[in-house]
Structures are given as C-alpha cells and as structure tokens.
Design a protein. Structure first.
Length: 243
C-alpha cells in the first residue's frame, strides 16, 4: 500500500507549512488547505486517510467545515484547537472527530496522535507502510456485542447482515476495553484512562458521547441499552449475550 495521505487545514500559512513539512519527512503524503473550499477541492482530487483540522479560523470555522465536508464522508479527522474549549470539543466529538490536540503543540506529540488514529482507522497494512509492525491482535479473536461482532484483528464491527460498520479510533478502543472487561463496571475515569491514555478534564463528556454513538451501532434499541448498560452513579458495563 502507498504512503498515507494527510490534509492539513489551517488558515496560518507558517503553521500549515511547518506541520506539512514535518509530517512529509516522516513518510506521509501531505497536502494543505487554508479553508473549507480548498479542503473540498483536495478531497475531490484525491481521497485522504486523515485530516488535521484547525477549529478556530476566520470565516467558516473548523466545526462548520467538519459538518459540511467530513462528517458525512466518514474521513477521520483530528481537531487542532488554539483554546481548549470544552463546548467546541464536545461538538467536534459529536461530529465524529477521532482526537483533538491543543495549540501550541509539540510536533512529536502530533505525529504520535496521527499514528495512533491511523493504526485504528486504516488498518495494519497501512500502518506497516509507516515503518511499524502494524500488528493488531494476532489471535484474530471476535467478540459478540449483541447482534454485532467486533473483530479485534481487523479493528472493525460486523453487523448481523455481514456488512461492516465504520468505527472511529476511540470507538474501537472503547469496545476493545469492554471486551476485555465483561460484566465489570468501568467508571468514566477508568474508560478515559484506558482508551485515550492521556490527561483529560474532570467534566469531559467525551465518554458519554462515544457511548451514545456506539449504542446506535450495536443496540437494537439505543434508548433501552442491553449490551452496554449504564450503572447509575458509577459508569458503564458490557453485558455479553447469553447463549
């Protein structure tokens, strides 16, 4: 498989070019865009494996761009935020963002975040093209979540009709954690620690948003969840289907 294709969307030319140059030196194919229209043109010319999207831009902001050009297409994206605004982060997560990183950021950390998302969104073959082993769970184990099945090696969700449902990086991480901890109550703190492996804010709603999105994918009736249950005052619990 060829190099991973990234698009950096930011209205600041210096930052945009700096990020593009750095990631290009590490094996990525990088294009840049200053706004939503340029992003649209880039996507029309060639698909992207991941978009790095600045949220705070003049004119059409990143959240609007994500809603118009990324949410429906399913292109993974990482939000770049100058101010760690919890409201913007919640909206971004609801739109399907795979991660967020606050400016100013360390380029090494940015690359690590990019690689982390790509390992889960484009699969082990593409990860190998970055010089990584790309190995997922070698066992190829599958875990049933109600009527759907999580393939740990392929990092995807198989529906009852055989079709595949797309998972964001965080969604896969959460399902994997639940699969490893059946019938065990996991607090939001523990889930964030295990699935995201980084610091977070005490009132971060990202877990609740992700769980709601997952339930729409795995529960027959997401308003009455039976597979991933809410334990009032504690957190969430994965209840395997009895056979």
């Amino acid at each position: 498989m060829g190099p991973i294709r990234l698009i950096v969307v930011d209205d600041e030319p210096d930052l945009r070019n700096m990020v593009a140059e750095y990631l290009s030196k590490h094996g990525f194919t990088v294009r840049t865009a200053a706004d939503g229209m340029q992003l649209k043109a880039c996507l029309a010319a060639e698909p992207a494996d991941l978009v790095l999207l600045d949220i705070n831009m003049p004119g059409e902001d990143g959240l609007s761009i994500a809603r118009r050009w990324l949410a429906a297409s399913g292109v993974p994206f990482i939000m770049l935020t100058a101010v760690c605004d919890s409201v913007d982060r919640v909206i971004g997560l609801e739109l399907g963002a795979d991660d967020y990183i606050a400016k100013p950021f360390d380029l090494h950390e940015l690359r690590a975040r990019v690689r982390s998302v790509l390992r889960r969104t484009v699969g082990p073959i593409s990860a190998a093209s970055l010089g990584e082993s790309g190995a997922a769970d070698a066992s190829g184990e599958r875990v049933s979540f109600g009527a759907v099945t999580l393939d740990l090696a392929a990092r995807c969700l198989f529906l009852s009709d055989g079709h595949i449902s797309k998972l964001t990086a965080m969604e896969f991480d959460l399902l994997q954690i639940f699969a490893q901890n059946p019938n065990r109550v996991l607090t939001r703190d523990r889930l964030l620690d295990l699935a995201h492996n980084r610091d977070w804010e005490p009132f971060d709603r990202s877990i609740d948003i992700r769980i709601a999105r997952l339930r729409r994918k795995i529960e027959p009736d997401s308003s009455k969840p039976q597979v991933i249950k809410t334990v009032r005052g504690s957190g969430y619990m994965f209840v395997p289907t009895r056979t």
